[in-house]
Design a protein around this ligand. Structure first.
Ligand code: PHE
Length: 452
């Protein structure tokens, strides 16, 4: 009897970790951002660099971040401080936690605006306006929507309030149960859309765009964008996986759980790409449409399908759930920091971080309309927040995590924590985390800066 209960507790904790980590990984990054970045950066070559980054850098760093979390068992800043003390290293390492707090906060500011678009489309899609809509009509509706700061502002406010409500109430347990239902549903929905795309007339062109690499279309900055997208999509480099790792029981295999999460995340991104690009080509649209890509292409498909308004509503609802499970992970490090280190109660910590995010998010809201021309070095505020976080803060945070786990922490400790059955697997991980991940990221930075 006791034994049975024990076994059950272990199993559900492993599942809880996988659900929480995939909830944080799978989100707008897979369905909205991956297709639009692939479209903007020429397709196949970008996708290839993205996949290579996931395998060579994402896998070792996801394992490293989870491992640090489980060993430190606190919020990221305190975990890094404790582990650095344990390894007799400089307290400078706690800044890795800091970096993550700030990155998560900045990402949520615009993430909430885009999630707001998905909420708005949930209500819009069943209107007669979308019935049998063509490419021009869909683009027009999206442009009109995006040009209204009031609309975007209202949806941003609504999404952020819901997120902060979930974080304040600590009801993420309920959210995890939802994730359990939502993820398979999202998968089924994407596969359905893939089948639809197969019959759309643009399938072979779409597949060629996504999967046949043409390196002449990929710039140095494009390579950095692909690398940044790997960190963003997996939710790495900012401490949220560290937080989840800290709840992981010590006998669960970190490597296996991480691989599962990474495989699921990659699958969802690819399925989204396969659904979108055939529609782009079948309707004579351009793949490099920027952040509006899925909002301009998918409604055409929903408008043509039998019962498409219903499928469309379901689809945008699923995106909303995928987004809110990621949003919670994005802000949790900031809330944990304010309540642990600044002595605020959780309620106040949520209010302060939510209000800050809301304010910064207005910069993104206006980047799509009244401040669209307000650019510095050719980038709007939204583009700056995105570039700084995805292309700089997450990769830097991730590499510091890799260096800490590979070089600063003792091998005895990391080996004991990972408990890999085959000692060769540990050696592989060590090589990836010590050499491959840091060197690749450095090369990509140098390449983007035009140094090599
Ligand atoms: N991975 C999430 C997505 O793809 C975004 C995210 C980034 C979540 C960083 C947590 C940390 O939508």
């Amino acid at each position: 009897m006791t034994e049975q209960r024990f076994v059950h507790a272990q199993w559900s904790s492993r599942l809880a970790f996988i659900l929480a980590a995939s909830g944080s990984a799978i989100g707008l990054g897979n369905i909205w951002k991956f297709p639009y970045l692939a479209g903007d950066n020429g397709g196949g070559a970008f996708v290839l660099v993205y996949l290579l980054s996931v395998v060579a850098i994402g896998i070792p760093i996801m394992i490293a971040e989870t491992l640090l979390g489980r060993r430190g068992r606190q919020s990221p800043i305190n975990t890094m401080r404790t582990l650095a003390e344990e390894a007799k290293a400089s307290s400078f390492w706690s800044y890795v936690g800091w970096l993550g707090v700030i990155a998560g906060f900045m990402i949520l500011s615009y993430y909430s605006v885009i999630a707001g678009w998905a909420m708005a489309y949930f209500f819009k899609i069943n209107s007669a306006l979308f019935e049998h809509i063509d490419a021009a009509g869909s683009t027009k509706l999206f442009e009109a929507f995006k040009s209204s700061p009031e609309f975007l502002g209202i949806w941003h406010t609504l999404f952020l309030s819901l997120t902060m409500f979930v974080v304040r109430k600590g009801v993420s347990g309920g959210l995890e149960r939802l994730t359990r239902l939502m993820m398979p549903a999202l998968l089924v929905m994407l596969v359905m859309l893939d089948f639809y795309a197969m019959g759309s007339g643009g399938f072979s062109q779409g597949m060629a765009f996504l999967f046949s690499p043409d390196f002449s279309k990929l710039t140095g900055e494009g390579v950095l964008v692909a690398l940044g997208q790997a960190f963003f999509s997996l939710g790495l480099g900012m401490g949220s996986i560290m937080v989840y790792g800290s709840y992981l029981p010590s006998d669960v295999s970190i490597a296996k759980s991480s691989l599962f999460v990474i495989a699921a995340d990659t699958l969802v991104a690819l399925l989204a790409g396969i659904a979108i690009f055939p529609l782009v080509f079948a309707n004579g649209l351009s793949p490099s449409m920027g952040p509006g890509l899925i909002f301009e292409t998918l409604p055409i498909a929903f408008g043509q399908m039998q019962g498409g308004w219903f499928i469309g509503m379901l689809f945008f609802a699923l995106i909303f759930f995928a987004a809110i499970t990621s949003a919670v992970a994005l802000i949790e490090p900031a809330v944990a920091f304010l309540s642990e280190n600044k002595g605020m109660d959780r309620e106040k910590a949520c209010l302060v971080s939510g209000a800050g995010c809301w304010l910064l998010g207005l910069g993104t809201v206006f980047s799509f309309n009244i401040w669209a021309d307000l650019k510095w070095m050719d980038k709007t505020i939204y583009e700056w927040v995105d570039t700084l976080t995805a292309e700089i803060m997450l990769p830097v945070g991730g590499v510091l995590i890799a260096i800490f786990a590979g070089w600063v922490m003792s091998k005895a400790d990391s080996e004991a924590e990972l408990k890999l059955q085959d000692p060769r697997h540990y050696q592989w991980w060590l090589i990836l985390v010590r050499y491959v991940a840091p060197i690749c990221v450095l090369l990509v930075f140098l390449d983007a800066l035009g140094v090599i």
